[in-house]
Design a protein around this ligand. Structure first.
Ligand SMILES: [Zn+2]
Ligand SMILES: [Zn+2]
Length: 261
């Protein structure tokens, strides 16, 4: 029997328009030129199951960090016909504030996470100002609550979730940064999340300038290229070009949901 094919969607729920290249690209040329960033969650739809990647952020975090929230992540999912309250499997690519802030929108879910991500985000590195910058303490305590409620599913490295759907630890950006690979009608695609924020990061070998291990970021770029059948099938985590390079999931979802596969 052949492996199932998955449908992949990117939901852009937030943005930050006023931002410049030096904030997105290490040693950027034209460092002061404007370069907006987008915020996404992703959906992997199989024949009989749905996985959601990341939980996004919620209004309080948007105010605190001065980001624009277009729709709450659960509203974005609802527009695509998915009830966040009924989702059973959420994959946390990593637990930065813009990926783990919406945990409470998924009351029925188990959360997939790398061992190294939870230990990093709840351990001694969070004493260091620049390393803890990307995390919200409330998101981490939320994960500890879920740990004791047996709602975390731990992975250590690579794992198979279902035929044609795998997880891969990348590291670099955070200790337990992971990506998802799915077999689609376009071939093997990789939802890279913050293993490459923008197409430019991986295409020009210039990382996003926030990481815990620069060597790991570069090793991650190599791994992403191995995992995808074609470089065009690597979907970056924050690039506005994702919505330009892929069609809307439906005509009424232009600018909100792209169909990636
Ligand atoms: Zn991140
Ligand atoms: Zn991010």
């Amino acid at each position: 029997m052949s492996e199932p094919l998955y449908e992949l969607y990117a939901i852009r729920y937030g943005r930050q328009a006023e931002r410049c290249r030096r904030e997105n690209v290490l040693n950027a040329d034209r460092p002061d030129e404007r370069m907006p960033i987008d915020y996404f969650i992703w959906v992997v739809k199989g024949p009989d199951h749905v996985w959601v990647l990341d939980t996004g952020f919620v209004p309080a975090a948007a105010r605190k960090r001065k980001r624009q929230l277009d729709v709450t992540p659960d509203e974005g999912l609802a527009r695509l016909g998915i009830d966040a309250a009924a989702v059973e499997d959420v994959i946390l690519t990593h637990v930065h504030w813009d990926h783990a802030g919406g945990q409470d929108l998924f009351p029925a879910a188990k959360f997939h996470i790398q061992d190294s991500e939870l230990s990093y985000a709840s351990g001694r590195c969070m004493c260091d100002a620049d390393l803890n910058l990307g995390f919200e303490p409330g998101d981490i305590t939320g994960l500890i609550e879920k740990l004791f409620a047996r709602r975390l599913v731990f992975h250590d490295g690579d794992a198979t979730l279902a035929p044609g759907l795998t997880l891969h630890r990348i590291g670099g950006h955070t200790a337990g940064m992971m990506v998802v690979r799915a077999r689609t009608r376009r071939g093997w695609m990789v939802l890279a999340s913050d293993a490459t924020h923008f197409y430019e990061n991986i295409e020009t070998d210039r990382p996003f300038p926030y990481f815990c291990d620069l060597r790991g970021v570069y090793a991650g770029f190599r791994r992403l290229r191995e995992l995808a059948d074609d470089p065009a099938l690597i979907i970056p985590g924050h690039d506005p070009l994702v919505l330009e390079r892929h069609p809307p999931a439906r005509p009424d979802l232009v600018g909100l949901v792209a169909r990636l596969d």
